[in-house]
Design a protein around this ligand. Structure first.
Ligand SMILES: Cc1cc2nc3c(=O)[nH]c(=O)nc-3n(C[C@H](O)[C@H](O)[C@H](O)COP(=O)(O)OP(=O)(O)OC[C@H]3O[C@@H](n4cnc5c(N)ncnc54)[C@H](O)[C@@H]3O)c2cc1C
Length: 294
C-alpha cells in the first residue's frame, strides 16, 4: 500500500502494540499511524476506503486485549497536538478526542465546572470514553455530552447532538464513526469543591481497584439478571488469585485480570474462559465480556 506522498503524520512499521495498551499485551502492528491533523486523517482514510484496507482506531488502549501474532489491521491513534485541543467555548468544554479524561477533569476544576469527578482514575481518552460510554460512581460520560463531532463511514464530517446518539451501559451508537471532538456541558461549582470531589474518588478507586497493575479494567460487564456484581460472583466462585501463565485474577478486585508476569493474550483468554465456565456452572449466569479483543 502506498500512502499519499508528503504526509507529516507519524507513520511506523511493525510497531509493538503492547507499548500502547494498559494491559501491556499485544503483538506487532503492520502499520501504526498518528495523523498530524484532520486533513491528513481524511487523506489516509480515503486511501484505505479505496483499497478496502481494514483499520482500527485506538484511544488510550485501556479496554483492549490485542493478540500476539497475525495482526492485519492498520492502527490509527488520534494523539497528535491537533486532536488534543482543550478549550472553553460558550460555557462548554470542547475537547479533542485524544485528551485524557483526567486532563478534562483538571480543566473542569480550573474553570469551576463539575460533573466528571466520579470518572477520575479511568485511563481513557475522550474518544474511547464516549465510544464505550465510560461510567463510574453513578456518573457516565454521556450525562455531560452536548454534541460530538464525527467522521462517518462515507468520510463526511458531522456534528451530532446528544439526542441523535443513543448511549447505554458500556456502549454508544457511534460504532461505525470516528469521534473527533466533543462539547461537554458541565455544572457550575467552586474549584475547591471539584478538586475535593476528584481527590475523594481517586482515593476510593485506588483503594478498591489495582490501578498500579497492568490491566484493562473490568473484564466483564455486570450482569443484569443478578443482584451481585461480576466481581462479587467471581469472588464467591473462589477465583480470586486464580492464574494461568502470567495472567491472574486480581486479589484486590475480582473483575480485574492483571498481567503480573508477561502474560500473553492467549493466557488472558484462557483465564476469561475459565472464569465464565465456573460462574456459569455455580450460578447459572453468563458473564458478558466488556474488554475488546483485537
Ligand atoms: C485501571 C483501569 C480502570 C478502569 N476503570 C473504568 C471505569 O471505572 N469505568 C469504565 O467505564 N471503564 C473503565 N476502564 C476501561 C477503559 O478505561 C474504558 O473502557 C475507556 O472508555 C476506554 O478508553 P480508551 O481511550 O482507552 O479506548 P481504547 O481502549 O483504546 O478503545 C476502546 C474502544 O473505543 C474505540 N475508540 C477509541 N477512540 C475512538 C475514537 N476517537 N473514535 C471512535 N472510536 C474510538 C476503539 O476503537 C475501541 O473500540 C478502566 C480501565 C483501566 C485500565
Amino acid at each position: 500500500m502506498n500512502l499519499p506522498v508528503g504526509l507529516k503524520s507519524k507513520i511506523l512499521k511493525n510497531e509493538l502494540s503492547c507499548k500502547h495498551t494498559t494491559f501491556k499485551i499485544g503483538g506487532r502492528v503492520p502499520l501504526w499511524i498518528e495523523p498530524v491533523d484532520l486533513d491528513e486523517l481524511l487523506k489516509i482514510l480515503s486511501l484505505f476506503k479505496r483499497e478496502k484496507r481494514r483499520y482500527f482506531i485506538i484511544g488510550s488502549g485501556s479496554n483492549l486485549l490485542i493478540r500476539g501474532k497475525g495482526i492485519k489491521e492498520v492502527f490509527i491513534r488520534l494523539s497528535s497536538t491537533y486532536f488534543k485541543s482543550l478549550k472553553m467555548i460558550k460555557g462548554n468544554i470542547v475537547s479533542g478526542c485524544g485528551v485524557s479524561l483526567n486532563s478534562i477533569i483538571n480543566f473542569s476544576a480550573k474553570n469551576s465546572l463539575s460533573g466528571l469527578e466520579g470518572l477520575c482514575g479511568i485511563p481513557a481518552s475522550l474518544g474511547g470514553a464516549i465510544y464505550m460510554n465510560a461510567s463510574s460512581n453513578g456518573v457516565a460520560i454521556s450525562d455531560y455530552v452536548k454534541e460530538v463531532k464525527i467522521i462517518e463511514r462515507n468520510l463526511s464530517i458531522k456534528t451530532l447532538q446528544k439526542k441523535d446518539i443513543s448511549f447505554a451501559y458500556r456502549q454508544s451508537s457511534l460504532k461505525k464513526a470516528i469521534i473527533i471532538e466533543a462539547a461537554l456541558n458541565l455544572d457550575k461549582c467552586s474549584k475547591d469543591k471539584v478538586l475535593k470531589r476528584k481527590e475523594y474518588y481517586l482515593i476510593k478507586k485506588r483503594k478498591d481497584q489495582p490501578l498500579a497493575s497492568k490491566s484493562a479494567g473490568c473484564i466483564f460487564k455486570n450482569p443484569d439478571n443478578s443482584k451481585y456484581s461480576s466481581a462479587k460472583l467471581i469472588e464467591m466462585a473462589g477465583l480470586k488469585g486464580a492464574s494461568i501463565g502470567g495472567a491472574k485474577v486480581s486479589s484486590k478486585h475480582a473483575n480485574y485480570i492483571v498481567n503480573y508476569n508477561q502474560a500473553t493474550a492467549e493466557e488472558v483468554k484462557l483465564l476469561i474462559k475459565k472464569i465464565r465456565g465456573v460462574v456459569k456452572k455455580k450460578y447459572n449466569i453468563i458473564l458478558k465480556r466488556e474488554i475488546i479483543y483485537i
